[in-house]
Design a protein around this ligand. Structure first.
Ligand code: HAM
Length: 433
């Protein structure tokens, strides 16, 4: 085959017709479960003001520092292809005065997000998320309801060996003290850390906790843990989160090194994994990191930071491609053989013209009808009629085209009847009833 001149940009991919049933299935399950729990759909623009993300997602995050697709418009504004949904949804909440509606506001969204990442298994530059946000509620029960929603979505999609990892990263009361404590501990061992972590001590010390370098992990394993330094309020919030999780019997494990890569989180953070390998991972010899299928947490300061009231919130997003890859690995067959009750076959130009009109009549009465108007060979057309499982083939040859009739062939018995062309839709309706 000739090498194609154009290819998808690095880290992006086509969602081909064969992939569509997986996406459709994922969206249907997400939408059903979200609606059951009272969530309403929202669509926000793919492009937002760059400052929304630098403020919202956070200046010290990899997303803002390295991964945003920023463009300057002809008018001189800086816009960014959304790298995540949360800041855009919070912006919409504030912009449309949703604060004055009964709280909480429960929203969900689907769509593409963009991050200039190093592409690898399960890591793309354009991928899709299903995202939900509950804005205007501070109770820990909502943190758990969100975990439960994603856990159930993944279970319903038949993803196996699910594991929830959870942690609390405190709030502005207790986190600054813990960060100082951690930085002091790390500074005394700075020489043994990787170059990135040496920088992180000054810029974003919590990120040292989830460094994948072995030498850093060794040092981190002896570091003070935030759980032991939470303030009264964060401690009690987290305790209740764990109690609710026990109640609904969602298996979880505490991961004191879970920090998440976004600046807005407060208190609860979590990630949901599957401990089975996806197609992407089995294609890659040394799969470097385990990939979360869904992740989220509480963000009690973001609404205020973006100009709204002091409103608490929590949310989570799921990576659609990662889930699809797992479904494919398990060979989950979603593609159904398409069947049509009726097939239209024709010979000659006049018959093709009659066919164009007839197909519209069938569409009008909602009877699916397959055709292959471009083909001339009757044999090829009858072969297709068999393939789509047609009960009846309607045939217009040259003679029928001239005298305004059509042959109805019963594909099971082989019996053929000729009827007037303008009576055929009614006749087929009667036979299919
Ligand atoms: P996130 O952890 O950055 O969180 O992304 C959520 C999910 O998107 C991940 O768990 C993963 O499944 C998927 N994902 C992330 N990056 C990639 C990538 N490069 N390629 C493929 N899939 C990826 C957020 O985006 C937060 N906005 C979630 C949230 C909502 N927190 C509160 N509300």
């Amino acid at each position: 085959m000739k090498k194609p001149r154009f290819k998808t940009p690095t880290g992006t991919h086509d969602i081909l017709p064969d992939d569509q049933p997986y996406f459709q299935k994922i969206y249907n399950v997400c939408e059903n479960i979200a609606s059951f729990y009272g969530f309403k759909k929202i669509d926000t623009p793919i492009l937002e003001e760059t400052e929304l993300f630098s403020k919202g997602t956070g200046l010290t995050t990899d997303i803002v520092q390295k991964q945003m697709y920023v463009l300057k418009t002809k008018g001189g504004d800086y816009l960014t292809l959304r790298p995540e949904f949360t800041p855009g949804i919070v912006r919409a909440y504030i912009e449309h005065g949703m604060q004055s509606l009964p709280q909480p506001i429960k929203l969900y969204s689907f769509g593409p997000v963009f991050r200039y990442e190093h592409p690898q298994a399960g890591r793309y530059r354009q991928f899709h998320q299903f995202d939900i946000e509950v804005i205007g509620e501070e109770s820990p029960v909502i943190d758990v309801q969100i975990i439960n929603i994603f856990y159930n979505i993944l279970k319903e999609l038949k993803v196996k060996n699910l594991a929830v990892e959870i942690n609390s990263i405190g709030d502005s009361q207790c986190r600054p003290y813990y960060k100082k404590l951690l930085a002091n501990y790390l500074r005394s061992r700075e020489g043994a850390l990787c170059a990135d972590c040496r920088r992180r001590i000054r810029e974003n010390v919590l990120r040292v906790l989830d460094c994948k370098e072995e030498k850093c992990q060794r040092i981190v394993s002896q570091a003070p843990q935030i759980i032991d330094h939470l303030c009264e309020e964060c401690h009690s919030h987290f305790k209740r989160v764990l109690e609710f999780l026990d109640e609904i019997e969602v298996p979880y494990r505490l991961n004191p090194y879970l920090v998440r890569g976004l600046d807005y989180y407060t208190k609860t953070i979590f990630e949901i994994f599957s401990e089975e390998k996806s197609k992407d991972e089995s294609d890659t010899k040394d799969f470097p990191v385990k990939n979360a299928l869904a992740s989220g947490g509480r963000y009690d300061n973001l609404v205020k930071m973006l100009g709204g009231d002091n409103v608490k919130a929590v949310g989570c997003a799921m990576g659609v491609e990662r889930v699809q890859s797992l479904m494919r690995t398990r060979g989950l067959q979603l593609k159904k053989q398409e069947t049509y009750p009726v097939f239209f076959a024709q010979i000659g130009n006049l018959a093709k013209r009659k066919g164009l009109k007839l197909l519209e009549e069938f569409r009008g009465v909602k009877i699916p009808i397959a055709e292959s108007l471009g083909k001339d060979s009757l044999k090829a057309q009858l072969g297709l009629a068999d393939k789509v499982g047609a009960q009846y083939t309607l045939l217009v040859g040259q003679r029928e085209a001239l005298d305004g009739s059509i042959i109805i062939r019963d594909m099971k018995t082989g019996r053929q009847d000729t009827v007037k062309l303008d009576k055929v839709v009614k006749e087929i309706e009667k036979r299919l009833r």
